[in-house]
Write a protein that binds this ligand. Structure first.
Ligand code: GCU
Length: 588
């Protein structure tokens, strides 16, 4: 091993993928994670360079249920519930405080001595840092909220820009205001003035010092690109990894810009119906089916723009509190299916202190979470009346296919052929909501669905030998590299030249198999590795003799027997040179 590749995967997975990350910070080689990582390098050149959100974020936001009345007790209660419900352990780790933590007077937002929004001390008497500390102590991540510009009160007080000799009046363009949904009165910044960036930096620094891990900037549109750029720079100069989320209803014409600058972008207006009985339509119901079904179109249109590092955000996931949330159980499963297929952030809007068992089971369904976290946004391949079919191909060669009846009355039979989905049959089919195997299916699939119902399946073509890329596996003492051509996937593993460095694959197959290991050894000496399956040694060490060059890849085989469920296959270097470079394993 000569060099360590700057690995954005590790940092990002810690943020967005916590429940599924192996100790080393790399994604665990579960079916969930294995398929996802290989897409990373393909699109990284155009993604946000903050290196975050290799997977869509998962967590909770205050906006849907808590709405305009967040306070520290409610936020702590929701954070606590995220953990006690088991959701956090499944990867739902963000606790995002949305709008209305601030205070207004007749001139708009009240500000601190450096012109930043002042936090309402009546709602957050202990301050935001104390709340973030509580969230972090629970193993969670803390999200915060802002909109572009500078508050009128900062300009009226002509507050100094922290750490500079500039003042608010130097940097504000008082002839124009920004979109803001709360206290309003946000003047545009004169981004040509150096104090504007310094002001945003000071705000970002304050957030970083409080422990903010995620920032939603709302009120973004085509006129605020300079603001989004300034916030992107500001967040990155803090040195703290802060997932950067844009909101809302972003124009698709600038999709490449949003992708370059941010980790997610809202594709439409709010998913909330604002039709509850409380003030401003707050309270249950939080949404309705029209708000959900109206998202299929934007998910399809925005699909090409999603990928590791930047995601199409269809808005919060309104599941958790049963039917009172405004959609029935069939519709809730369809809601989650679309969000999973689209690889959109899973930020819950529900009241986590009142989760129903049915909804908790939906939210914690590992197979659904795996589809969301596979790093692939699905394409719509059928849209005909109420019928929709979506498909994606995961990195291991599996196809995930979702069928929907989006209507509100009458059953509908929804069908797809394997060739429409992109492969030739037959395929092993698993129903992902139930987990049941549906056996081998020859060439097409159909289901008669109730109104609002979905069917989500994983189809594994019989022709495909699933590949398990070493770069997606759990690596102990080694790095992913790509400097020797001929590997498959996005790279290979260069294990440290020590006894005990290993690569461990997690595979879900059972029965006798021939394990084929693709490797390269550019030295003249053997690079032996021991092979264990589920901890038990298989034969003696595999010799992994010279292949003549690091770019010459060869196959070694060993017969193994796999058990039902997840198996671990580990290759461990037995000499001081460590193993060869490992590309992948296949099982046949
Ligand atoms: C070289 C080679 C690596 C290899 C290493 C080794 O550095 O470029 O790919 O892993 O030798 O000897 O292990």
């Amino acid at each position: 091993m000569k060099w360590r590749k700057a690995c954005s995967v590790a940092g990002a997975t810690v943020l967005g993928f916590t429940g599924l990350v192996a100790a080393g910070g790399r994604p665990a080689a579960s079916a969930t994670a294995a398929s996802a990582v290989s897409a990373v390098s393909a699109v990284s050149a155009v993604t946000s360079d903050n290196g975050l959100s290799i997977r869509p974020a998962m967590g909770w936001s205050s906006w849907s249920f808590v709405r305009r009345w967040p306070d520290e007790a409610k936020m702590r209660a929701q954070a606590d519930a995220l953990v006690s419900s088991g959701l956090a352990a499944k990867g739902y780790v963000y606790v995002n405080l949305d709008d209305f933590y601030q205070r207004c007077d007749s001139n708009g937002f009240m500000v601190d001595d450096h012109g930043r929004w002042a936090v309402d001390p009546a709602k957050f008497p202990s301050g935001i840092k104390a709340l973030a500390d509580h969230v972090h102590a629970k193993g969670l991540k803390f999200g915060f909220y802002v909109t572009p510009g500078i508050a009128r009160n900062a300009v009226l007080r002509n507050t100094p820009v922290e750490g500079t000799s500039y003042r608010a009046q130097d940097i504000a363009d008082t002839s124009q205001t920004h979109k803001n949904y709360n206290c309003k009165n946000m003047y545009r910044l004169r981004h040509s003035h150096p104090g504007a960036q310094a002001f945003i930096n000071s705000w970002a620094n304050q957030m970083a010092s409080w422990g903010v891990d995620y920032l939603k900037i709302d009120g973004v549109d085509a006129t605020t690109i300079a603001d989004v750029e300034a916030w992107d720079r500001a967040l990155r100069q803090t040195g703290r990894p802060i997932n950067f989320a844009l909101s809302n209803n972003l124009p698709i014409a600038q999709a490449a810009t949003w992708r370059r600058l941010a980790n997610s972008w809202r594709t439409q207006g709010d998913v909330e119906c604002y039709c509850g009985p409380g003030p401003n339509g707050s309270g249950f119901p939080l949404t309705n089916w029209a708000r959900i079904s109206g998202r299929f179109g934007s998910a399809a249109n925005w699909q090409p723009h999603a990928g590791p590092g930047g995601w199409n955000d269809l808005d919060s996931l309104q599941i958790g509190n049963g039917d009172q949330i405004g959609i029935n159980a069939d519709q809730r499963r369809s809601h989650m299916t679309l969000w999973a297929m689209a690889a959109t952030p899973l930020l819950l809007g529900s009241d986590l202190t009142a989760l129903t068992p049915t909804d908790l089971a939906m939210l914690t369904n590992d197979r659904l979470i795996a589809v969301n976290q596979d790093g692939v946004a699905a394409q719509r391949i059928v849209s005909s009346g109420v019928n929709q079919v979506w498909r994606k191909r995961e990195a291991n060669g599996d196809y995930v296919i979702a069928l929907f009846n989006t209507g509100t009355s009458g059953d509908s039979t929804v069908g797809v052929t394997w060739s429409q989905a992109g492969f030739g049959g037959p395929a092993q089919v698993t129903n992902l909501w139930s987990g049941a195997s549906e056996g081998t299916v020859a060439s097409s699939y159909s289901a008669t669905l109730r109104p609002g119902e979905t069917r989500l399946i994983r189809a594994r073509p019989a022709s495909a030998t699933p590949r398990h890329e070493a770069e997606n596996a759990t690596i102990s003492q080694g790095v992913v590299e790509s400097n020797h051509a001929g590997y498959s996937g996005t790279g290979f593993v260069n294990g440290d030249n020590v006894v005990g460095s290993y690569v461990e694959f997690a595979v879900r197959e059972s029965g006798p198999r021939t394990l084929t290991i693709r490797y390269a050894n550019g030295t003249t000496a053997g690079r032996p590795m021991s092979l264990t399956v589920n901890g038990a040694a298989v034969g003696s060490a595999l010799p992994f003799g010279s292949t003549g060059a690091w770019t010459s890849w060869a196959d070694a085989t060993a017969p193994i027997t796999l058990a039902a469920g997840t198996n671990t296959i580990r290759l461990t270097g037995t000499t001081a040179t460590g193993g060869p470079n490992l590309d992948r394993i296949t099982l046949s």
